[in-house]
Design a protein around this ligand. Structure first.
Ligand SMILES: Nc1ncnc2c1ncn2[C@@H]1O[C@H](COP(=O)(O)OP(=O)(O)OP(=O)(O)O)[C@@H](O)[C@H]1O
Ligand SMILES: Cc1ncc(CO)c(N)n1
Length: 278
């Protein structure tokens, strides 16, 4: 047969957002925008729009196995990311499958709660993510509330953020990114990055006053996966993802009545600044 696996290929292992702005739809749109071939393993379905999540339905785990097997039998996947994983049983199913395949670097976005407050991960599953998924991960990308839950203490200051990243790295994940999008009192959206070699830095860009931030975290981690699949080093993949997010939030589109999606057609912003750890 004619095809060979030369085009960079990436998979998202996540939940479906019927509203198209978050979850695996945001991931696939990001993969398309960043010129990698995107695939998906569905872990859960949601009935969702820009107002919030109206219903959700985890997929039977045997069907997660089937999707992993289909992809592993054919494609040459060069990076993978996880998003909504629903509950402990589904985290375990994903872990079991990841141990049997080589899908390249793994980015774990520890999605817990949607912006409207809906639960996307049962609280009891956080322990399973910490003990079983993080040791397999190359990068983890919690937002501030997720980082607080993972470390079990409040994060108020930059020093708290730095200490939290160090604690999270001790769970076995190589690189940690704590996203600052939720610190709405700051005029910069600043993310803290702790790399495997112990070096660290802040990435910041001007905070944009907008309600259209549905799916920002998904888009960010998907962009990192896309850039890694193309062979970019991790540090530049993270900088590209920040520039893609800044563009996707600032070059807005107008969809729905609530927290609208970001613009996956956007150009990379030149407003991202890197600074030393302080
Ligand atoms: N209003 C904003 N202006 C500029 N950058 C932002 C804004 N909100 C978030 N970001 C950036 O977007 C990226 C995603 O961070 P965020 O904290 O929003 O993720 P998240 O809470 O996981 O998103 P979601 O749960 O909706 O997927 C980070 O780089 C963050 O700094
Ligand atoms: C399915 C799904 N995954 C992730 C998020 C978080 O943005 C969401 N709202 N919905």
């Amino acid at each position: 047969m004619g095809s060979v696996n030369r085009t960079p290929q990436v998979v998202t292992i996540a939940g479906s957002d019927s509203g198209g702005g978050a979850g695996m739809q945001a991931d696939l749109k990001t993969f398309q925008a960043r010129h990698v071939f995107g695939m998906n393993i569905v872990v859960a379905l949601t009935a969702q729009n820009t107002y919030g999540v109206q219903a959700s339905l985890p997929i039977p785990t045997y069907f997660i196995d089937a999707q992993f097997q289909s992809l592993d039998a054919d494609f040459a996947i060069k990076a993978a990311k996880t998003g909504m994983l629903a509950d402990s049983e589904h985290v375990e199913a994903v872990v079991r499958n990841l141990q049997q395949v080589d899908f390249g670097p793994l980015i774990v976005d520890p999605v817990m709660v949607a912006k409207g407050g809906a639960t996307l991960l049962e609280p009891e599953a956080v322990a399973t993510i910490k003990s079983k998924l993080l040791p397999l991960a190359d990068v983890v990308t919690p937002n501030l509330p997720e980082a607080e839950i993972i470390v079990g203490r409040p994060i108020k200051t930059n020093a708290d953020t730095i200490a939290a990243a160090q604690t999270i790295q001790q769970f076995g994940v190589k690189n940690v990114i704590i996203k600052g999008g939720h610190r709405s009192e700051d005029d910069q959206a600043a993310d803290y990055i702790l790399l495997e070699d112990g070096s660290s830095f802040w990435l910041s860009a001007p905070r944009i006053a907008t309600a259209n931030t549905h799916g920002t975290g998904d888009t960010f981690s998907a962009c990192i996966a896309a850039e890694l699949a193309k062979g970019q080093p991790l540090k530049s993949a993270i900088v590209t993802a920040k520039a893609f997010l800044q563009g996707a939030i600032s070059q807005g589109i107008f969809v729905g009545h609530g927290h609208g999606p970001t613009n996956h057609w956007a150009k990379l912003s030149d407003k991202v600044r890197m600074s030393e750890t302080r």
